[in-house]
Design a protein around this ligand. Structure first.
Ligand code: 5GP
Length: 191
């Protein structure tokens, strides 16, 4: 997605350790127009959402793109919580995931009521790095015997192993900007 790549080049910052900072338009301050364009692109690349019954994302940064996709497809959006609130009183689905940016394990929690075997799920997130978050979500989907339609990432860091790990599982992956290298703090895109 050319517009997104240009924005990453203009406003993104490559930090030490292979981390891309996009706080001014994705992770902290949000550009709603760009988010809507991103959502339209996901919808087009996932066959106009054919058969998709639910969008799943993870708090916090996945929520913005996910909610626009849910709006366009007119399906519910569920965000996975990283702490278990007291309001999840019925059966909770949980799995433990290693966080790339925080360098520690956290629990993914969701209310089992919001996902069932009739659901065909599109997972949307801001970044694909090593794929741990995505595989955690897959675990929750499998626990409920729901179906996965695919996974959409705003930014994929192709130099990390996430893409390969998901591809090996036969998952349809759509990444709108694919970064091949952040070496020497330079942003380079994959072809
Ligand atoms: P993974 O589980 O694929 O290793 O990492 C995905 C999660 O880590 C994303 O949901 C995102 O929040 C965070 N993440 C991974 N790499 C980056 C990065 O370079 N920049 C930012 N801002 N977040 C990242």
């Amino acid at each position: 997605m050319e517009q997104l790549k240009q924005r990453i080049l203009t406003d993104g910052k490559s930090l030490e350790g292979g981390v891309l900072k996009v706080d001014s338009f994705i992770n902290h301050q949000l550009d709603a127009h760009l988010m809507m364009d991103i959502a339209n692109e996901f919808v087009a690349r996932f066959n106009n959402g054919e058969g998709i019954t639910k969008i799943i994302t993870i708090e916090a940064s996945g929520i913005a793109p996910a909610i626009f996709v849910g709006y366009l497809l007119n399906v519910p959006v569920v965000f996975i919580k990283k702490s278990k609130p007291k309001t999840i009183t019925t059966a909770a689905l949980t799995t433990s995931v290693y966080s790339f940016t925080k360098d520690k394990y956290y629990d993914m929690n969701m209310n089992a009521e919001f996902l069932n075997a009739n659901d065909r799920v599109l997972f949307i997130d801001d970044f694909l790095a090593n794929g741990n978050a995505a595989l955690g979500v897959l675990d929750l989907i499998e626990q409920q015997k729901a179906q996965l339609a695919g996974m959409g990432f705003v930014i994929e860091k192709s130099f990390q192993k996430g893409y390969k790990r998901l591809k090996e599982k036969g998952i349809k992956i759509v990444s709108l900007a694919r970064i091949s290298s952040l070496e020497n703090c330079q942003i380079q895109f994959a072809e």
